[in-house]
Design a binder for this molecule. Structure first.
Ligand code: NDP
Ligand code: MG
Length: 390
């Protein structure tokens, strides 16, 4: 059979590099169309040359000369900027990995679906900001969206051969992140460096800090709601410090199907890459007697208000997810820049949601790429004002 044409958006990141690792092990099976990155030009150019990609794109226009220079003589086309990202994503491909971080991943992911590709979705922000639009775009173009987030891949796998109407509940797990055992009073002093260390998973900086605040889990609750079309009351998050059980699906007969595996994203990426087949993957095999025990705790909403905010967003839907995500991105930037404290991030997000919904009406509407962008911009401005007013 002919090689599968694949593109990787966000190729220089943690998910992107794990994806290229799997592809690099079986080069003849794939033809690489587009690789995209941001500031890491050396990595982007190296991977694009090694994998003989058609085109390499950086998100930043000012980085184009450096990318051109790094690719000189390689035969790989170079491009830069937002429009170039979307153009690269719309080049015909069978399978596209969406692994850009943040709301910037939405438009390129939609472009991939519009050209009929299967979209492997790591960029959870796409589902949070515009879940109904992503799913409708896939349906309209006969494309499929496969979850890459480990919890959602776990749920997807537990649902194979099952009827969604027999699902009573879905439980996604959270490690609790860097501060799960800190006294709540100490959180005000937490630094970005402390927040960016994860007990179990090696991930990008932003998602690691979001794991400590549980904003990552908040995004994932919303992602679960949008991906599987479940009533929010059926979706739960539980603290599971070992990070071995990724999710559980509870059925109407009382049975719970748990997905267990080592904290290695190559499982979920590989599952999406080979779907509908299941193939061998280079992940560790768990020794249960070595692990000894799996433990669980209820999430404490005083420590992690992000979960309560996610419940509000799941009720309102419409543009609430876009506002929530944008405010979260701005608050995270401000925390990384040491402008606000760790606990203040949730306050900024909550006030942004309150202010924008207080203006009435325009949150609970049907969404399009344009109004999602508008809500995103508005929320970013509002969140900045809230940060600067103190
Ligand atoms: P990283 O920060 O490691 O990588 C992000 C990628 O996006 C890089 O290629 C980066 O380029 C690129 N990028 C950054 N900003 C922009 C922008 N404005 N426009 C276009 N491209 C940009 O993130 P992760 O790999 O950790 O995460 C990627 C996505 O996958 C996120 O949505 C995350 O939530 C999700 N995810 C990640 C998991 C993980 O284990 N890491 C697990 C589950 C989901 P460069 O680095 O060159 O600047
Ligand atoms: Mg996850």
């Amino acid at each position: 059979s002919r090689p599968r044409r694949i593109s990787v958006l966000g190729a220089t990141g943690s998910i992107g590099q794990n994806t290229l690792d799997l592809i690099g092990r079986d080069r003849e099976s794939y033809e690489v169309v587009a690789l995209t990155g941001g500031r890491n030009i050396a990595q982007l150019a190296k991977d694009a040359s090694d994998l003989r990609a058609e085109i390499a794109v950086t998100a930043h226009e000012d980085a184009l000369p450096a990318l051109r220079e790094a690719l000189a003589g390689s035969g790989v086309e170079a491009a830069a900027g937002e429009a170039a990202l979307t153009e690269a994503a719309s080049r015909p491909a069978d399978w596209v990995m969406s692994a850009i971080v943040g709301a910037a991943g939405l438009a390129p992911g939609l472009a991939a679906l519009e050209q009929g590709a299967t979209l492997a979705l790591a960029n959870k922000e796409s589902m949070v900001c515009a879940g109904p639009l992503v799913m409708a775009t896939a349906e309209r173009h006969g494309g499929q969206v496969l979850p890459v987030d480990s919890e959602h891949s776990a749920v997807f796998q537990a649902l194979i051969g099952e009827d969604i109407s027999a699902v009573e509940r879905v439980i996604i797990t959270a490690s609790g992140g860097a501060f799960r055992d800190w006294p709540v009073e100490r959180l005000a002093e937490a630094t970005p460096e402390e927040a960016a260390t994860h007990p179990n998973w090696a991930m990008g900086q932003r998602i690691t800090i979001d794991s400590a605040s549980l904003f990552n889990k908040a995004l994932e609750l919303i992602e679960t709601r949008e991906f599987f079309g479940l009533d929010p009351a059926r979706i739960e998050a539980v603290i599971h410090p070992e990070s071995m059980i990724h999710a559980l699906v509870g059925f109407c007969d009382g049975g719970l199907m748990a997905h267990v595996g080592p904290p290695d994203m190559r499982h979920a990426i590989g599952f999406a890459l080979h779907h509908p087949e299941r193939r061998a993957l280079p992940v560790e095999r768990l020794d249960l007697t070595q692990i000894g025990q799996f433990t669980f705790r209820a999430p404490d909403e005083t420590r992690w208000p992000a979960l309560r905010l996610a419940r509000e967003v799941m009720e309102v839907r419409g543009l609430a997810g876009a506002v929530f995500n944008a405010a979260k991105e701005v608050a995270l930037d401000a925390f990384i820049a040491r402008e606000i404290s760790f606990p203040r991030m949730a306050g900024v997000v909550e006030e942004t949601l309150d202010r924008i919904s207080a203006r009435g009406g325009h949150i609970a509407v049907e969404i399009s790429l344009d109004n999602v962008r508008e809500a995103d911009q508005l929320a970013r401005q509002e969140a900045r004002l809230i940060i600067e007013q103190v």
